[in-house]
Design a protein around this ligand. Structure first.
Ligand code: ASP
Length: 437
């Protein structure tokens, strides 16, 4: 029998009544055997996620203060147990978590307790085995996943088990301490489990019916994307389409396991399938989706004949590397080179970076442009259809928006434009209008 791995979290586990729906979704399909959970999320807008409450506990200076900061976590979980009418020793579990948070004072450990407790509760709800991620997910000393050990341990822990719940978001580091992935990382945990058991599909249950072609806060009711390739998904999620952690594709793509985004609140909806390129059937549209982010800074460097100067780029990049600044894009010409950097990366460092570049390569000029937004237009159809960029740039021109930089990814499935922050929303509307209306 095929195995489906499902990840539930956030709003899907925020309260007792939703957890009941989750239970019936899982039990309606025998193949849904391995369930990865994250901590309870927001029940309504303005509510606080359990993980955020836990991070807040880190600032406690003494036991009394921790007790106060931990109280909302305690309330949330005890309410869930009441709503579910479970005879579960939640108080003892919460006391133990609070005590260990106090003793260990390790941020990752503290943050992980939401997934740990939620996993125990879900195992009880489903009558399934609970698997603590600390025993099966391992990181190397450099912080990356210890693939070999992890896949072996997950597989061994799940073999012969009919249904299990695995806590998401964390594992064990090389020193034996709890380490978390970055925020939203339970999505990665789910993908790891899917890969370890060679699942037929990795279902990621959220509170929306799949991927939308662009941000619904900018365009009213954008088109839903039924299918998208791993690569398109990576490009769009990296650029701000935050439905799923952008690193979730790595474990599953090596085994060609599709990811299916589903809606816990509307399980009948088809959702979006994220597929290997070979299985990806083009939807007929040139563009699959549009995403973007505000607040970038561009450093323009000009020097006559820079192209013929060996190591020019390398020297510039060394300055950024010395300051530990990550670069997003490097569009370049014969005498020019631009560095596109997320503005917060340069907080308190911009002056030093400019001085460093001046010293390292003696440029003719260095200019800085702040408050830039990047917008990515992504689609497999773009590489094979003539005139896509003409349509894109014309739509932006008709909207009277000045493009500051253009970058096309080498995969030809992505064109990125940089515009002023204040033009961001209009630019997305213009591109959406051109390709989807
Ligand atoms: N609970 C964690 C967070 O809020 C991990 C997750 O949701 O996947 O980031």
């Amino acid at each position: 029998m095929a195995i489906k791995v499902c990840k539930f979290g956030g709003t899907s586990l925020a309260a007792g009544n939703v957890i009941r729906s989750v239970k019936s979704i899982i039990e309606s399909d025998k193949e849904r055997r391995f369930i990865v959970v994250s901590a309870p999320g927001k029940r309504y807008s303005g509510d606080t996620k359990v993980t955020d409450m836990l991070y807040a506990c880190q600032s406690a200076r003494d036991r009394e203060e921790l007790k106060k900061l931990f109280a909302p976590v305690r309330n949330r979980f005890t309410n869930i147990i009441k709503e579910l009418d479970l005879s579960f020793q939640i108080e003892a579990l919460l006391d133990e978590a609070e005590q260990q948070i106090f003793l260990k004072k390790q941020e990752d450990f503290t943050a992980s307790r939401g997934e740990y407790i939620c996993g125990m509760i879900m195992a009880e709800v489903l009558g399934a085995k609970f698997i603590d991620a600390k025993d099966v997910i391992f990181f190397k000393a450099d912080g990356t996943l210890n693939d070999e050990k992890t896949y072996k341990c997950v597989e061994a822990a799940l073999s012969g088990v009919s249904r299990a719940v695995i806590s998401g978001f964390y594992g064990t580091d090389a020193d034996g301490n709890i380490k978390t992935f970055s925020r939203g990382g339970s999505d990665i945990s789910g993908a790891i489990v899917a890969r370890a058991v060679n699942a037929s599909v990795y279902e990621n249950w959220t509170d929306v019916s799949g991927f939308l072609a662009c941000d619904p806060r900018i365009v009213d009711s954008p088109k839903r994307v039924k299918q998208i390739s791993y690569k398109e998904f990576r490009e769009l999620s990296y650029m701000g389409a935050d439905l799923l952690h952008c690193e979730s594709v790595f474990p599953v793509c090596k085994a060609n396991i599709p990811i299916l985004i589903k809606n816990t609140f509307r399980p009948q909806d088809e959702g979006t399938a994220i597929l290997p390129t070979s299985r990806y059937i083009q939807s007929g549209t040139t563009v699959t989706g549009i995403a973007g982010k505000k607040n970038f800074t561009i450093i323009f460097i000009e020097k006559a004949n820079m192209n013929s100067e060996a190591g020019f780029m390398c020297k510039v990049l060394q300055v950024l590397s010395d300051e530990n600044v990550l670069i997003e894009h490097i569009p370049s010409g014969i005498d020019t080179m631009s560095l596109v950097i997320e503005s917060n990366q340069l907080d308190g460092k911009l002056e030093r970076v400019i001085e460093g570049i001046k010293k390292a390569v003696l440029p003719d000029t260095v200019r800085v442009s702040k408050d830039i937004a990047l917008i990515a237009t992504v689609g497999y159809g773009m590489s094979s259809s003539i005139g896509t960029s003409a349509r894109l740039f014309k739509a932006i021109a008709v909207a009277n928006i000045n493009i500051r930089i253009i970058e096309q990814g080498s995969s030809e499935i992505n064109i990125i434009v940089g515009v002023r922050n204040e033009d961001y929303e209009n630019c997305i509307r213009a591109i959406y209008g051109e390709f989807f209306n």
